[in-house]
Design a protein around this ligand. Sequence first.
Ligand SMILES: NC(=O)C1=CN([C@@H]2O[C@H](COP(=O)(O)OP(=O)(O)OC[C@H]3O[C@@H](n4cnc5c(N)ncnc54)[C@H](OP(=O)(O)O)[C@@H]3O)[C@@H](O)[C@H]2O)C=CC1
Ligand SMILES: Nc1nc(O)c(N)c(N[C@@H]2O[C@H](COP(=O)(O)O)[C@@H](O)[C@H]2O)n1
Length: 252
Amino acid sequence: MHSLPQFLLDYIPTATATVERPHITLTWAQSLDSKIAGPGGSRVILSGPESMLMTHWMRSMHDAILIGVNTLILDNPRLQANLLPPSLNLPPPQPLILDPNLRFPVTSRILNEWNTKPDQRGRTIRQPWIICGDQVSSERIRKVEDAGARVVQFKLDDNGHISPASLPSILSDLNLKSVMIEGGSKVLSTFLHCQNRDDGSKLVDSIVVTVAPMFIGEGVGVVPQGEDIGLPSLKNIHTEIMGKDAVMICSL
Ligand SMILES: NC(=O)C1=CN([C@@H]2O[C@H](COP(=O)(O)OP(=O)(O)OC[C@H]3O[C@@H](n4cnc5c(N)ncnc54)[C@H](OP(=O)(O)O)[C@@H]3O)[C@@H](O)[C@H]2O)C=CC1
Ligand SMILES: Nc1nc(O)c(N)c(N[C@@H]2O[C@H](COP(=O)(O)O)[C@@H](O)[C@H]2O)n1
């Protein structure tokens, strides 16, 4: 796959997304028994090489890649589009972490790479941005900022979360036109259960799921146990076979 997979274009219209109305894509990779990680949240490589490459194309099509703080802690990801040819000179996506209590570990790989590879800044690496609650102490914020990350504070919702309905206006404030939400389970669940943005328009625009031909058994479900009711209906479903995986893409 040497160029952007064309089937993505109809679902991820980053060209038409605007700062005023950012595009929101949810994406994850799951096993046949609907798990996204192993026991205790241990990371599992589900995607084969072809669908993983597609995920990196998708990352390059969004301004930002968002994960929950547990995924940051458990996976210690890089969140780059490093499988794509460097000769394309694509701008790296902006890592965004939803972290109400600012648990962000300053030893994380995304921060370490930002600090230790200054020559790569803006070309393959962007500074991690952490979205936390407005109750976090200024001492804690200073500690994380001194370590090199950018911290932005927003009012939390009644569940102590960054409100899914308000994420679009947070993105607008941050001058971001699109976001790809990669997980984990708790974050996917709150976004799947919240239908509308604060302005009343639909919250999630597209969903892209890689289904890998394996069972995990005990592990982390796509949504936490008991939260699999009230999930939205899907429209415009398209399935693409990529290597051994099936990639399902749809709108809501
Ligand atoms: N296969 C795949 O595609 C992927 C798999 N994963 C897996 O997911 C697992 C982690 O998932 P999980 O433990 O559910 O954690 P998450 O990564 O979903 O992080 C959850 C935390 O994010 C904070 N948060 C802020 N805003 C929200 C919000 N709106 N909704 C929900 N949480 C919010 C909360 O922090 P606080 O507790 O401080 O309030 C919450 O506990 C890992 O094992 C990882 O490997 C992750 C991504 C993709
Ligand atoms: N698309 C996809 N397939 C898998 O098999 C996965 N385990 C994931 N996980 C997500 O990707 C992050 C790690 O990516 P990098 O190694 O940093 O490129 C991980 O944190 C999950 O968000 N995704």
